[in-house]
Design a protein around this ligand. Structure first.
Ligand code: IPE
Ligand code: IPE
Ligand code: MG
Length: 234
């Protein structure tokens, strides 16, 4: 299966609040769910997995929560990189880097460097990511008065996002936590993505849930604006 799966990992805060715990405890359990899903994705043969970890709008949360998330992201990168090398998972963090603390930027660069030769799965983690910002920035960088092909624009967009190598279009977008919206994630890349929404909160999303989503995807009929061969004579 050569799939690009993207996941909006939502519901950590509600998961914790339902247990009388602080929201940051939900993020700790959310990080554990990430480990499980990365392993499950490798086992499922997913080619590219894009995870929405922190949106540009998430800076607007209370500073204690933002700090906890930044620490968790840094810890994830420093502790999981070895595991990724062993499983040949290439790490790539997409999004802005100019607003991240220097120690996190160093951790990102180190994980990307150490896993650059890995090829079994491409793990993209979106941090300080906003599709609208990326599209605007790519448009700003486009040369004036020159015909720009779709491919040229996508190259610019990948540069803005620090996206390497070419991840291609999203085939399946999963959102946990019950909301049915994209929250500014991979708007360009999801042009023809199949959308899958589940009420499961992110810390409860495991291999069984991923397999259910993939099975649902397998029953979808993707037409990309065309008609199916069997229907053409009708
Ligand atoms: C998703 O969970 C994680 C991040 C956005 C960083 P939330 O923190 O949004 O959890 P809910 O939606 O409030 O339950
Ligand atoms: C989207 O979730 C961002 C991430 C999962 C990282 P949010 O909880 O921030 O999105 P909204 O506020 O429900 O749209
Ligand atoms: Mg949320």
């Amino acid at each position: 299966m050569s799939l690009h799966v993207a996941i909006i990992m939502d519901g950590n805060g509600r998961w914790a609040q339902r247990r009388g715990m602080p929201r940051s405890a939900g993020h700790v359990h959310g990080a554990k769910a990430v480990n499980g899903i990365v392993e499950a994705a490798v086992r499922s043969g997913i080619r590219t997995l894009s995870l929405y970890a922190f949106s540009a709008d998430n800076w607007g949360r209370p500073s204690l929560e933002v700090d906890a998330l930044m620490r968790l992201l840094q810890r994830y990168l420093t502790t999981e990189t070895r595991q990724c090398i062993e499983q040949s998972i290439r790490i790539n963090v997409i999004g802005r880097r100019d607003r991240l603390r220097p120690s996190l930027v160093r951790a990102i660069e180190q994980s990307e460097r150490l896993t650059a030769g890995c090829s079994r799965m491409h793990l993209r983690i979106a941090i300080d990511y906003s599709s609208q910002h990326s599209l605007l920035e790519a448009a700003r960088r486009a040369p004036r008065n020159e015909a720009l092909s779709l491919g040229d624009f996508e190259t610019l967009l990948a540069q803005v996002d620090h996206s390497v190598p070419d991840a291609g279009a999203v085939d399946l977008l999963i959102r946990t936590g019950g909301e049915q919206r994209l929250s500014d994630f991979l708007l360009w890349d999801c042009a023809y993505a199949e959308l899958y929404f589940t009420d499961k909160l992110w810390p409860d999303f495991g291999e069984a849930e991923l397999r259910t989503a993939l099975a649902d995807y397998g029953r979808r009929q993707r037409r990309f604006g065309k008609v199916l061969a069997a229907a053409e004579t009708g």
